[in-house]
Design a protein around this ligand. Structure first.
Ligand SMILES: [Zn+2]
Length: 285
């Protein structure tokens, strides 16, 4: 049963209800939330999934839960470390839970037919993410899929998740995927410089990969995860031209964005003061 004395004030007015989960702890090593991890629940019923996330025995939780109809529940305060990501890695940190806010999106997932995400649900996810990004100053490249942080174990939220739509709403990074031309470039088992270059690019993207020059199972899983997120039209783990071009384009756009965001921003001191003797202008027209 739910523990009623663990009720806490929600971090956002978008949460219509607080349904507390007992499964959380301190963020470790002084880490603060600076990424968002998106999940699907992967269970036949949303209600059963929420119940599991709020039961002590499950030892899992998420900060937020978004129903198909767009209703948002908060289960763990943002300041606390929820238990949603498990073993994984992003941009070199293996304690993803300590770094992230986790959002569970109700969808039965690949095992149960994987229906499309309803628009109302996505609209709610977008509104929720925008608030979290603002509250914690989260960089676009740090809004990721669970499958991005745990490519060998996870598929969620999967290739049907509308990352492009999120990007158009100011969330995450996205580039138009390069067209698929049916060619094959790099496959499981291949070795060499081109594989090393691919692995280095995936690592730069944030994936937990050690460049070895051998296209191994880990590389296959990570190419698959990359495709699920950034080239969803075909998810096959084959690094074809479209996958390589999309990855290259994504990294160059991210680099350009980072360079821009590191430019000195105008400070109030650099703005010439307006003459104080003149009366303020009417602002309405
Ligand atoms: Zn997940």
């Amino acid at each position: 049963m739910l523990n009623s004395d663990a009720i806490f004030p929600p971090d956002t007015f978008l949460a219509s209800e607080v349904v507390p989960s007992p499964n959380h702890g301190e963020r470790r090593g002084g880490r603060r939330p600076d990424m968002i991890v998106l999940h699907y629940t992967g269970m036949e019923s949303a209600q059963a999934a929420l119940q599991a996330l709020c039961s002590k025995d499950s030892e899992v939780s998420a900060h937020y839960f978004v129903f198909e109809d767009g209703r948002i529940i908060q289960s763990v305060p943002e300041a606390r470390r929820a238990w949603h990501a498990g073993e994984g890695s992003w941009e070199g940190d293996t304690d993803v839970n300590s770094r992230s806010i986790g959002i569970e999106i109700a969808n039965p997932g690949h095992e149960f037919g994987y229906p499309d995400f309803p628009r109302r649900q996505i609209a709610a996810v977008i509104a929720l993410c925008r608030g979290i990004i603002k509250r914690h100053n989260i960089e676009p490249a740090r809004v990721v899929a669970h499958s991005d942080t745990a490519p060998a174990r996870k598929k969620d939220p999967g290739e049907k998740f509308p990352w492009r739509l999120l990007f158009e709403s100011g969330i995450g990074v996205w580039v138009e995927p390069a067209a698929i031309s049916g060619d094959t470039r790099l496959l499981l088992g291949e070795t060499g410089e081109a594989v090393l270059t691919l692995q280095t690019a995936l690592k730069k993207c944030g994936y937990g990969i050690t460049p070895t020059g051998t296209f191994d199972e880990m590389t296959l899983d990570i190419v698959t995860a990359f495709q699920r997120h950034f080239r969803p039209e075909r998810v096959d783990g084959i690094a074809d031209n479209s996958t390589l071009d999309t990855l290259g384009h994504l990294l160059s756009v991210r680099a350009a964005f980072q360079a821009y965001s590191q430019l000195p921003q105008p400070t109030p001191a650099s703005v010439p003061p307006s003459p104080s003797s003149e009366p303020p202008e009417e602002s309405g027209t």
